[in-house]
Ligand binder design. Structure first.
Ligand SMILES: Nc1ncnc2c1ncn2[C@@H]1O[C@H](COP(=O)(O)OP(=O)(O)OP(=O)(O)O)[C@@H](O)[C@H]1O
Length: 295
């Protein structure tokens, strides 16, 4: 199973080119789509989910022409959008039953069995009678996964799912996603590098509507390995360092600024070699397009 995106291009009516000839090959398993705000992630996710059209290009899911055979894709798709609205007064069980009915599962006892199995799967069975409006952020996201799983989809899209979750809920959500990723394509769109590091076997970095990198996280690491150096500096010296080096990220630690730079040569001047992580890969790529330093 494979999702193949070729030359996908979309310009909104206000002139913003959200997707600029995007080409990606997404295999089975968890695929991380990383990019800063405004990179085009949601536009891409909505287009794959058949909710909006592209101007140019194609998407194929195992031979199905996604842009032209929307119904066939919808039958195989589970989607957890960024802004997932819930009816606050309806309980989880009733809502899921309703969604299953809408997705064409007409047989009542079959639906009951499915709803029970899904609620168990996302660990919400004991909360099934609670109104959705009383759910915590993590419970809402797990419910979102349950509704995405109705109909046993072969393609699941989750758009920035862990924003606002506390660490234990995030962990639970991670475990659930990685279980699902074992036999489907799961596309996880996020700007949280850690999510991709923990979960994804393949990834892409997009920025300003373009693919800057695609491959395995370890391929990305190999690209920057040995080129990342760090130094703790005074905040007031930052501008000078930015002129002299390719600064990819900064972190404020106890009032001092920890600077990470990318350099082909050993920079000297008190810089220490640092072991590269996926955040370095991310910043290395996006710094070629946008200014990643926001302090
Ligand atoms: N309906 C729209 N009309 C006009 N411009 C839009 C529309 N939707 C998105 N854009 C613009 O297209 C670009 C890509 O937006 P998109 O929401 O796809 O990015 P994103 O990577 O999902 O960002 P975020 O993480 O902030 O959601 C942005 O510049 C955005 O302002």
């Amino acid at each position: 199973m494979e999702l193949i995106i070729s030359n996908l291009t979309k310009t909104y009516s206000n002139g913003v080119r959200a997707l600029n000839a995007i080409s990606l090959t997404i295999p089975q398993g968890m695929f991380g789509l990383l990019g800063p705000n405004g990179a085009g992630k949601s536009t891409l996710m909505r287009t794959i989910a058949t909710l909006q059209d592209a101007d140019l290009g194609s998407i194929h899911l195992d031979g199905i022409d996604v842009l032209n055979d929307k119904q066939a894709v919808r039958e195989r798709l589970g989607y957890l959008p960024q802004d997932f609205g819930l009816y606050p007064r309806i309980n989880a069980e009733t809502m899921l039953d309703h969604i299953a009915q809408m997705k064409g599962i007409g047989n009542k006892s079959e639906r009951k069995e499915l709803v029970e199995a899904l609620l168990n799967r996302v660990n919400l069975f004991k909360d099934r009678k609670k109104a959705l409006g009383t759910f915590s952020g993590g419970m809402r996201q797990r419910f979102g996964i349950a509704q995405a799983l109705v109909g046993s989809p072969s393609l699941i899209i989750v758009d920035e799912p862990t924003a606002g979750l506390d660490p234990s809920e995030r962990n639970r959500f991670y475990n659930l996603l990685s279980e699902i990723g074992e036999n489907t394509i799961v596309i996880l769109s996020t700007h949280i590098v850690e999510d991709v590091n923990t979960l994804c076997s393949n990834m892409a970095i997009i920025c300003m509507g373009e693919v800057l990198m695609q491959g395995k996280p370890k391929d990305g690491l190999a690209m920057v390995n040995g080129k990342i150096f760090q130094k703790s500096i005074e905040k007031s010296d930052l501008d000078q360092y930015r002129k002299d080096y390719h600064v990819i990220s900064t972190k404020l630690i106890s009032g001092k600024l920890s600077l990470r730079i990318e350099s082909e040569e050993v920079p000297g001047n008190g810089f220490e070699p640092a072991s590269a992580d996926l955040e370095d890969v991310y910043f290395s790529f996006i710094s070629k397009k946008v200014d990643p330093i926001t302090i």
